[in-house]
Design a binder for this molecule. Sequence first.
Ligand code: ATP
Ligand code: MG
Length: 139
Amino acid sequence: MNRTFSIIKPDATQRNITGSINKIIEDNNLTIVAQKRIKLSREKAEGFYAIHKEKPFFNDLIDYMTSGPVIIQVLEGDNAVEKYRKIMGSTNPENAEEGTIRKKHALNIQENSVHGSDSEENAKIEISFFFNENEIISN
Ligand code: ATP
Ligand code: MG
């Protein structure tokens, strides 16, 4: 059993499709063991995406991620990190596989509906960036 960190991004909260995304998560045997709806501050978003700060899309990414509410989650299950990356689909929805969240819901490479940690190590860092251990309640 392990954990990954998820964000349902502003394009999805805006379109009221967070329930549909949660259904895909749960149908794939990941359990939502923590969940909060928040508005990211610019500072928090820049900290979270610090790894991308030299990228040409960084400023647009921060504008977008702070443009509306997001749902932050901790997901738990077998191989949670790898499994969630697979369920999300490719960053660019044009390349996303059938049945993935991004194939079904993403609008474009930026407004791509979800974030998921890309390694076990980053999952731990990202979870502790947003949650206290006592806010995470396993089944
Ligand atoms: P995430 O980190 O959000 O789970 P990812 O790992 O698939 O997505 P990254 O390469 O880490 O993708 O990029 C982080 C986010 O930055 C993407 O999810 C997307 O919202 C945005 N992004 C990535 N590449 C581009 C691009 N070329 N143009 C615009 N936005 C981009
Ligand atoms: Mg990434």
